[in-house]
Design a protein around this ligand. Structure first.
Ligand code: UDX
Length: 435
């Protein structure tokens, strides 16, 4: 089928590439000339495992353009995968979605389905359809369908190619049939429903996962107080298939482009109906508090951080991505910097983004060894494999004072017992070094 995709961020580009992999002819549109040029050369502008390989493999079925007219006019299906960033009040900013819809309405010349992939508040698909009807130039049938994405960064290609489910929200047979043809070759359970329910599936899923994380983080905080071990607690809980053993990893809170934004957006949406989502509100509050645990734990060792050399391992919101959005490191490090700490940081792919924010304030190191050199405190924000593989001796050898605060429970506390290292993690006992 002839498909156009508006927006080449994580959602748009991964969707486009995976549709091409299943034989569709895909034209990706973006306003960013430089990005389009990069993609024309077969290079992915984002880091995502397996994406570049699939882009190269399917280059004959893929085109990239800044000219939306060229992309939309004779497409059978047009996916909207542009960003819906958070506004100051927590609601979703739909300006890019509306802009794309307007451009589509002005340019399409054949019957087509406009598919909303971006995460949008419930009711947006209906509003978009009205807008398109009002603005459309050609006398053709344009249907709007909701098709939320469930991909996680770092595993986006796998999550799309082997989707847990494909949710299609459509109000008419034409749109339903076209969407089922788009996904014909995808081996995944398909749920066909109305548009509002499809929009809700996305928020309900993401917010449920965010709630799960905040809940387990609170249990971890309580474990610290009563002297229990969160890893054993979650292992014990996970045997119950009703609870499941996934998404129970305690840490310093969820970040990224989805959970923080989607929890706030749903809370905001409920408020606009005079209804308070108390559970979601609690998940947001717990998360904001959890992110600051690193500073609070560090205060136990240093009243203020002036002149303290701090080694920072991991900057991104999770491993496998270069994305820094809502990363807990971004909440904690400014406090250390403001108080005059000397920060040495390492991240395998998050460094470039950080350099744009803190070009000279942070010393970026090539290796973990170099990062730890002379440090009086080590903060672990991301569980990169390389960090998990560090042997305790390295901390002792390189650091001036081996105090580790591990926000991602990378090591079992037992490995530090009887040694010189002081090791704090989340929801587990603190090991006091004997130095
Ligand atoms: C998420 C959803 O997983 C995905 O289905 C949706 O489409 C978009 O949002 P993503 O934001 O890429 O994907 O990352 P995810 O792997 O879900 O992690 C989000 C955050 O939660 C990370 O900061 C991670 O460290 C944290 N997390 C996750 C935990 O703290 N504990 C867990 O058990 C799982």
């Amino acid at each position: 089928m002839k498909i156009a995709v508006a927006g080449t961020g994580y959602v748009g580009l991964v969707t486009g590439v995976c549709l091409a992999e299943h034989g569709h002819s895909v034209c990706c549109v973006d306003i960013d000339e430089k990005k389009i040029e990069t993609m024309r050369q077969g290079i992915s502008p984002i880091y995502e495992e397996g994406l570049s390989e699939l882009m190269v493999k399917n280059r004959e079925r893929m085109t990239f353009t800044t000219d939306h007219e060229e992309a939309y006019q004779d497409a059978e299906v047009i996916f909207i995968g542009v960003g819906t960033p958070e506004k100051r009040d927590g609601s979703a900013n739909l300006a890019y979605v509306y802009e794309a819809a307007k451009q589509i309405a002005h340019t399409v010349k054949r019957d087509c389905v406009v598919v909303v992939k971006s995460t949008v508040p419930i009711g947006t698909n209906d509003r978009l359809e009205k807008l398109i009807r009002r603005e459309q130039k050609a006398q053709v049938k344009i249907a709007v369908a909701s098709n939320p994405e469930f991909l996680a960064q770092g595993t986006a290609v796998r999550d799309t190619m082997h989707a847990s489910r494909i949710v299609i929200g459509a109000e008419e047979a034409f749109a339903r049939n076209v969407m089922l043809r788009v996904y014909e070759k995808f081996d995944a359970p398909k749920l066909v429903t109305d548009r509002k329910s499809a929009e809700m599936v996305k928020y309900a899923s993401n917010d449920f996962l965010a709630l799960k994380i905040s809940y387990i983080n609170e249990i971890a905080n309580l474990c610290e107080l009563v002297g229990a071990n969160i890893e054993d607690v979650t292992a014990g809980m996970g045997f119950d298939s009703r609870i499941g053993n996934k998404f129970l990893k305690a840490g310093i809170g969820y970040g990224g482009s989805c959970f923080p934004k989607d929890t706030k957006a749903l809370h905001w949406l409920a408020n606009s109906y005079d209804y308070e989502m108390k559970t979601v509100k609690a998940a947001i509050e717990v998360n904001e508090n959890q992110k600051l645990k690193m500073v609070r734990k560090a205060r136990k060792y240093y009243e203020d951080f002036a002149g303290i050399t701090v080694a920072v391992l991991g900057l991104t919101f999770k491993p496998g991505t270069d994305d820094l959005r809502e990363a807990p490191s971004l909440v904690n490090l400014p406090i250390f910097l403001e108080e005059g700490a000397i920060i040495r940081a390492w991240d395998p792919i998050g460094e470039a983004g950080y350099r744009r924010l803190y070009p000279s304030e942070i010393c970026y190191c090539e290796t973990i060894e170099e990062t730890l050199k002379g440090a009086e405190l080590c903060l672990i924000f991301t569980e990169w494999r390389e960090i998990q593989e560090i042997q305790p001796e390295l901390f002792v050898k390189q650091m001036k004072k081996p105090i580790i605060i591990d926000g991602r429970n990378c090591y079992p506390p037992e490995v530090f017992k009887g040694g010189q290292i002081t090791y704090e993690s989340i929801g587990r006992e603190t090991v006091c070094g004997e130095a």
